[in-house]
Design a protein around this ligand. Structure first.
Ligand SMILES: C[S@@+](CC[C@H](N)C(=O)[O-])C[C@H]1O[C@@H](n2cnc3c(N)ncnc32)[C@H](O)[C@@H]1O
Length: 267
């Protein structure tokens, strides 16, 4: 009996979540994922560091928001668990924090148990859902039972929306998710851009698209548009490693970061 019995993981096709796991040094990846990830690294060897920098931004932004008093978190496009996961950071600050994870990848679901071992005082839940159907996602019982939408929520969409092209409703779905959140809620995002390394990122996108995964890198202004109407927290929209860096992390250049980060509050 294996963890994956009865789950169609399409192991012969590279998958974005498993390639990301490989970039992070994880073990939930298979030959096709490693081969495609190897092609990416041959073009852009800094992607290893960029993936870690993206993760580290999640730690810093979650800690900052928990310290500011937010105790409910909705993380969409969670990915394969990589400790520390978001609930470990949030509950490390506020043990009663409630965290809901959502992803549409069956392999993430099979690992959800690892995500759900939260602090007994807090609560964690996992919902299998697609961000392109925000109405269905928000109606999931596991989410409604855990999050009180009359109070502030930190919504994180990290390294997710470059997998949702404009034609699949990226801006509309973010607007919908923002509209259900109470004043004082936060939108936390990272996103691939081609602005720092256009030639390399163009070729990397080709590898994902050859595997059937649509990717749309966005320019700074296109990324900033997701936050429209909300107040960006300092330092605003910046390359991912430049969002409130800590002294104990190696400084990465913008080109090595591959993406932008931002955190905004609903007025
Ligand atoms: C690069 S990983 C990012 C993981 C994590 N958010 C982080 O930043 O460390 C992207 C995740 O988004 C998920 N994903 C992609 N498209 C999605 C969709 N339409 N709905 C929900 N999740 C999606 C993938 O399955 C994958 O787990």
């Amino acid at each position: 009996m294996s963890l994956y019995d009865g789950v169609d993981l399409r192991l012969n096709v590279p998958h974005s979540a498993r390639m990301y796991d490989y970039f992070l040094g994880g073990f939930t990846n298979f030959a096709a994922d490693r081969e495609a990830a190897g092609h990416v690294l041959a073009i852009a060897p800094w992607v290893h560091d960029a993936a870690r920098a993206n993760r580290s931004f999640m730690h810093r932004s979650t800690r900052a928001l928990a310290l500011a008093g937010i105790d409910q978190f909705l993380d969409i496009g969670t990915g394969i668990p990589t400790s520390p996961n978001l609930h470990e950071i949030a509950q490390g600050v506020e043990p009663r924090a409630r965290v809901v994870y959502a992803d549409n990848d069956p392999i993430v679901l099979t690992h959800a148990q690892a995500l759900l071992t939260g602090n007994p005082e807090g609560r964690t839940a996992y919902v299998e859902a697609d961000v392109t159907d925000p109405v269905g996602l928000l109606a999931a019982p596991g989410l409604r039972d855990t999050i009180d939408f009359s109070r502030p929520v930190a919504l994180s969409l990290n390294a997710l929306l470059h997998f949702v092209p404009d034609a699949h409703g990226a801006y509309e779905l973010v607007d919908h998710l923002k509209s259900v959140l109470a004043p004082g809620s936060a939108l936390v995002m990272t996103h691939l851009t081609a602005e720092f390394a256009p030639e390399e990122i163009g070729r990397v996108i080709g590898i994902y698209e050859a595997a059937g995964t649509a990717v749309q890198a966005r320019a700074r202004a296109e990324f900033a548009r997701f936050f429209d109407g909300w107040s960006l927290l300092p330092p605003g929209v910046v390359p991912i490693p430049h969002w409130r860096p800590t002294a104990d992390e190696p400084p990465l250049s913008a080109s090595e970061s591959t993406g932008y980060a931002g955190v905004a509050l609903r007025p």
